[in-house]
Design a protein around this ligand. Structure first.
Ligand code: ADP
Ligand code: ZN
Ligand code: ZN
Length: 754
């Protein structure tokens, strides 16, 4: 430690807004050699001086407390800084960006097991103290006295550092013999940590490096140049089956060759077992896998392997973005458009946002990969925020599968009320007869929410917002959750006058029953929330399907991602409409992404494949462009709608969500907050210039767990200067609400407004 530094700035491990600041402590002389930034310490706190944990975030030569009042650090809790120095600036950044407490940010960066003080698993290893001729002499010396001691020395002379248990098992020596060798100073016994190993890390040495396609090679060259420079943000737009994973792996290898470390984010580990396998087989022991299925102890151990720099690649879901690397060189985000990268708990961070910041702070390269980038990312790439790398062709020149759109209104006219159209029925029969496989997607998102006409496909929308209305069963009305307008439930279709207008939806279970009736001989496996609630269920289902134990995989959107099954020749989307009409400005984007992704599961093998999409709105542009695999076409159309209605990226939406059991109190508070905001905005030229609109509405999910939900939505112009001003306004707003309402959530980057 440098001379003069005797004070430590500490963040206390207590999640309360009034304690969210840096407290100064004096470092007692005996700890001055040990205390470092990033360390976990124990300090006295409050009038009673009870001991609490805290984190040293800086070292200072002066303190903001007079010397006679300042308290001293009691002890240091670990041998090493649990937070790498490079990550300290991230704490303050998260606090501002996500309106969370510093300690909430820190808790993202350390495993829960550290705070819970999960016991480290340790084992005793036996080592020789001297080597060479000395050992031979000692063996000679002792040979006639003790066979056991001799054997132990012989064993260790062959292989040093053997677990005590093993020494005893191999030689049969009693503990006393080993202790007596230790007393003579010939051997020593050391405690060493062992790690609970949740995976089998043996690298699969049989994997041949693939001969890269031209597009893959060029992508990797671009990335390697950036890795050498130590900066760059890339959007890799590669069609499904273009071999993006191979690019990730080889780019990661380049980073490792430069002595840098790599974080790979995947949307959900359990849904992408194949991607994880490929990383494991390439990087063996040097990869750590982080996911929510690990036990507290396993997660803690993996974290320590990373923190001790025994690992160079981390593959994990959202929270792996906080992997405590010190030589970070590359962050890869697979399927970067997925909503699962956004945390739905405090702190409400977006992993891509954190990734961007870490790359900036730590001189690393960011690679966002997707077949269907989010509209905002693509827009930012066009603006030059990302460099775009395109891979337009599938590996081995396999074509993208042809997509057929089936108009379900015609099926009804023909008297077919089954969930399968004639076309999908015949295609399934064909697949079953040939012994091939099919994937059927039933999107349950938005189940029974929007109202549409079975005859003409008309969907009831808000006149002000162009957003589909949500059906509310309790008072039989339709509501707009953007502007609050309410409409009566129509008896006949406003479009064609038909009476076949109703709210929409069917579950996977009913779908399975219907398909079983139509194809009694088919082996169907269902993948949805119900069938995947147990640990490891995803893998079991996918493995069984991959091994050909089933003919049809029927599932919700969880089957759309990343699967690579060469025997699948048919993909069917049972009802594409369900995701089109969520009360969300992103519903077309989500539908396009889903259809494109699921269609990408077909035709990955030599037998080729086809895709059938059933819909009541065959003319909808999201479906039309997805059927043509035309991302750019879709983008051009959708971005114009966003521009016209001032939705993101042409605006930025801030959400203040409030919850209460008493509805009247809640409404009063929401309206009061809106009025307070309006007043503050009116009083500030910058806030006023930045504002598009602000309003208080009941949330689409009006009541959860008997608590009513209201929200204040603020739409602002998306420039940084306005965002900064509104960040400060939100701080003020939170402070104002703090005493009144603890259940208020300010989300500066909401993805969902439900
Ligand atoms: P994406 O993630 O872009 O949809 P994948 O990375 O899953 O595509 O690759 C699709 C398939 O092609 C995988 O089975 C993969 O092993 C294989 N593959 C990738 N690159 C090559 C290559 N250069 N040569 C041969 N096969 C490849
Ligand atoms: Zn509206
Ligand atoms: Zn109609």
């Amino acid at each position: 430690m440098e001379g003069g530094v005797v004070y430590a700035g500490v963040i206390i491990d207590q999640a309360h807004p009034s304690l969210d600041r840096v407290f100064h402590y004096i470092i007692p002389p005996e700890l001055r050699e040990r205390v470092q930034v990033g360390m976990r310490v124990q300090v006295p706190f409050g009038t009673s001086n009870r001991m609490v944990e805290g984190y040293v975030v800086r070292l200072d030569t002066a303190a903001d407390v007079p010397d006679d009042k300042i308290k001293a650090i009691d002890s240091v809790l670990d041998d090493y800084p649990v937070l790498p120095q490079s990550m300290i600036p991230l704490i303050g950044w998260m606090k501002e960006e996500y309106h969370c407490l510093s300690i909430e940010a820190i808790r993202c960066m350390i495993p829960p097991g550290l705070r819970a003080n999960v016991k480290k698993k340790a084992q005793k290893l036996v080592f020789l103290n001297d080597y060479g001729d000395v050992v031979e002499e000692r063996i000679d010396h002792i040979a006639r006295k003790s066979k056991y001691m001799t054997d132990v020395l012989r064993l260790l002379a062959q292989q040093d550092g053997i677990p005590l248990e093993e020494v005893r098992a191999v030689t049969g020596a009693p503990l006393s013999s080993i202790k007596s060798l230790e007393k003579r100073g010939w051997i020593r016994i050391e405690q060493q940590e062992v790690y609970r190993n949740p995976w089998d890390y043996e690298p699969d040495t049989g994997v041949q490096p693939k001969a890269l396609t031209d597009e893959q090679r060029s992508a990797i060259e671009t990335l390697e140049a950036a890795l050498i420079r130590g900066c760059g943000k890339f959007l890799l737009q590669g069609v499904t089956g273009s071999g993006k994973t191979e690019v990730y792996i080889q780019a990661a290898q380049k980073a490792l060759a430069l002595n840098k470390q790599v974080i790979v984010l995947v949307p959900e580990i359990s849904l992408t077992p194949q991607t994880v396998e490929r990383f494991k087989s390439h990087f063996g022991q040097r990869v750590a896998i982080l996911h929510s299925g690990l036990s507290l102890g396993e997660r803690y151990d993996e974290w320590r392997r990373i923190r001790n720099q025994q690992v160079d690649v981390v593959v994990g879901a959202r929270s792996a973005i906080f992997a405590p690397f010190e030589r970070l060189g590359l962050i890869i985000v697979d399927e970067a458009h997925e909503d699962s990268y956004k945390s739905d708990m405090q702190p409400r961070y977006h992993a891509v946002g954190v990734a961007r910041k870490r790359c900036e702070l730590e001189g690393a390269v960011l690679l966002l990969g997707s077949a269907t980038p989010s509209l905002t990312d693509y827009y930012l790439a066009e603006k030059g925020m990302y460099k775009t790398i395109k891979m337009k062709h599938r590996v081995d020149h396999r074509p993208l599968p042809p997509v057929e759109i089936v108009d379900m209104r015609k099926e009804i006219e023909l008297g077919n009320r089954s969930i399968l159209s004639g076309a999908l029925y015949r295609a399934l029969a064909d697949v079953l007869q040939k012994g091939e496989q099919a994937i059927l997607l039933l999107n349950r998102r938005g189940y029974a929410q929007f109202v549409s006409c079975r005859s003409c496909g008309f969907v009831v929308k808000c006149h002000n917002c162009d957003i589909s209305l949500t059906y509310h069963a309790y008072d039989k009305t339709l509501k707009c959750h953007y502007c609050g307008a309410s409409y009566p439930y129509p008896n006949v279709c406003p479009g064609c006058g038909s009476k076949y207008i109703k709210h929409f939806g069917i579950g996977t279970q009913r779908a399975e029953e219907e398909i079983k009736k139509l194809f009694p001989q088919a082996r169907i496996i269902r993948m949805d929330m119900d069938t995947t609630s147990t640990k490891g269920a995803h893998q079991r289902i996918l493995r069984a399907f991959g091994e050909g134990k089933y003919d049809i995989l029927l599932g919700t959107q969880m089957i759309a991602k990343g699967l690579d099954f060469p025997r699948v020749t048919l993909v069917g989307v049972i009802a594409a409409d369900t995701s089109l009409h969520l009360p969300d400005y992103r519903s077309s984007e989500k539908a396009f992404q889903l259809i494109t992704q699921v269609a990408g599961r077909a035709g990955r093998g030599p037998r080729g494949g086809r895709v059938i999409i059933q819909t009541y709105q065959p003319q909808h542009y999201a479906i039309q462009f997805a059927a043509r695999h035309d991302y750019v076409g879709f983008y051009s159309r959708e971005i114009e709608i966003r521009r016209q209605f001032l939705y993101p990226p042409f605006s930025h939406i801030i959400r203040i969500l409030m919850m209460d059991e008493k509805e009247e109190d809640l409404i009063r508070l929401a309206i009061d907050t809106r009025d307070w905001l309006k007043q503050r905005i009116d009083g500030s030229p910058v806030l006023k210039q930045g504002l598009i609109d602000v309003g208080a509405y009941s949330a689409p999910l009006e009541r959860i767990n008997n608590r009513y939900r209201w929200q204040v939505l603020i739409r602002i112009r998306p420039d940084d200067i306005y965002k900064q001003a509104y960040h400060r306004l939100m701080d003020e707003c939170l402070e104002r609400l703090m005493g009144v309402k603890e259940t208020t959530i300010v989300d500066f980057y909401p993805l969902s407004l439900l």
